[in-house]
Ligand binder design. Structure first.
Ligand SMILES: Nc1nc2c(c(=O)[nH]1)N[C@H]1C(S)=C(S)[C@@H](COP(=O)(O)O)O[C@H]1N2
Ligand SMILES: [Mo]
Length: 426
């Protein structure tokens, strides 16, 4: 049983002609397995074909099959001494496509994930409005809704990598991101219901959550009236507790900290509140030691998810799928380049689907691997013409003492045995 005689070989060979050669084509590579001896998985009846499977009543709500039980959120121990004010990471290395299942989407809490019933939910709009209003969950459901896919990235994503290559896995270096389809009411609809001042110049909103931390943030009124959503569903189902059930704010393209969970209050104000989360935290230390505030937008960024340290190559030379994620808080991803030689040469990757604004894009580069080492990098371009910078270029402006907004090009060193490591090239 070879790829040749099941008819798939021919199209695969034609396809490989168009693929990038890593140091020369590999002769005779096929996708099938050459016939050795008889394969019992082909020649013998297997137990799953002789007994019955589970009935439809076995699983009222399905979980991934147990063979996939390593596709889970993970912590970095030294970041997680306290699990209440903490973070875990999406297993982006093991996912494909663009949508993050809620069950493994990273979590970031400042005072733990709370349990808040829909019946106990209230959203207050107050401050500089004509009529301060309080909405119940049932009230919110009666406003016209939208569905939009957006990424949410913590500003601290990749924040441990400023001073050097540190964490060994895309999950840990880039896993503070998720990408979901939200259903919700535009915030502008609710603000209009409360009645906004005629002169909006210099106006802001202050948003806070119902948890003990409240995670209060100030947002300029222009953004509030643009694409901010008051969301109650993600990927078609209710928000999970850890993502803000029953209602969270979705602030497309802007840092995750502003996506207030368990949203309880929106105040229209005359200026920014300068809360803890926007002064002592979520500001960027620069090379000269001063700090920059209001870096809301998440700049274009990308990462190769496979191969990567947690996803070594497990086959020999021949066809190899290189894949990863790219996103920009300023709009759609228009192009992703991939380098297999540490940034000397670049090839335009294939996008899995046309880029959507402020949402994650999946890219692929299908190569014919010659079995030699690779220095894998990816570089995102967005619709504003912005190109993802190298780590060195970013450090020139930001130094090495920053935490937030590290969108540098990532390098994985893939060795001939297929194992990969987080490294830096310069
Ligand atoms: N109420 C509340 N909202 C919050 C937080 C919080 O601790 N409390 N954490 C913020 C931070 S820092 C991030 S990165 C995102 C993370 O959202 P997630 O837990 O759904 O991934 O939520 C934001 N919203
Ligand atoms: Mo965050």
């Amino acid at each position: 049983m070879t790829a040749e005689n099941n008819g798939k070989g021919a199209s695969r060979r034609a396809f490989l002609k168009g693929a990038v050669a890593a140091g020369g084509a590999v002769a005779g590579a096929t996708m099938g397995r050459a016939a050795g001896g008889p394969d019992p998985l082909i020649t013998e009846t297997q137990p799953w074909a002789t007994g019955l499977g589970e009935g439809v009543d076995a699983t009222p709500y399905g979980m991934p099959i147990r063979f996939e039980d390593d596709v889970i959120r993970r912590n970095v121990e030294w970041l997680t001494a306290d699990t209440i004010s903490s973070i875990n990471f999406t297993p982006i290395h093991a996912l494909d496509g663009t949508i993050t299942p809620q069950g493994c989407a990273f979590e970031r809490h400042h005072s733990g994930a709370i349990e808040l019933k829909k019946e106990d939910y209230r959203l207050m709009i107050n401050g500089l409005v004509d009529r301060p209003l309080v909405f119940t969950y049932a009230d919110l459901e009666r406003f016209p809704r939208e569905n939009r896919v957006y990424f949410c990235e913590c500003a601290a994503n990749t924040g441990m990598e400023w001073a050097g290559a540190q964490l060994n896995g895309a999950q840990f270096t880039h896993g503070m991101i998720h990408n979901m389809e939200y259903s919700g009411v535009p915030l502008r609809t609710l603000l209009a219901e409360a009645g906004l001042p005629k002169d909006l110049a210099g106006k802001w909103i202050y948003v806070e959550g119902a948890d003990a931390s409240s995670n209060g943030r100030s947002i300029p009124i222009d953004k509030a009236l643009d694409d901010v959503l008051v969301a109650f569903k993600a990927n078609g189902e209710a928000l999970r507790k850890e993502h803000g059930y029953p209602v969270r704010l979705v602030v497309p393209g802007w840092e995750g900290n502003m996506w207030v969970k368990w949203l309880r209050r929106v105040e229209v104000t005359d200026g920014p509140v300068e809360s803890r989360e926007e002064t002592s935290k979520y500001t960027d230390t620069l090379e000269d030691g001063t700090s920059r505030k209001w870096t809301w937008e998440m700049d274009a960024k990308s990462v190769i998810t496979s191969p990567s340290p947690q996803m070594p190559i497990t086959h020999g030379p021949g066809p190899l799928v290189i894949t990863g994620l790219a996103w920009s808080g300023r709009g759609a991803i228009t192009q992703v380049d991939v380098s297999i030689d540490g940034g000397k040469n670049w090839t335009i990757a294939r996008l899995g689907a046309p880029g959507q604004r402020k949402a994650v894009s999946r890219f692929y580069l299908d190569i014919d691997w010659d079995g030699s080492e690779l220095l894998l990098q990816s570089r995102a371009h967005d619709e504003t013409g912005y190109v993802q910078p190298t780590k060195d270029a970013l450090r020139e402006i930001r130094g090495e003492n920053s935490i937030y907004h590290n969108n540098c090009i990532q390098t994985w060193w893939v060795k001939p045995n297929g194992e990969a490591e987080n490294v830096e090239v310069s």
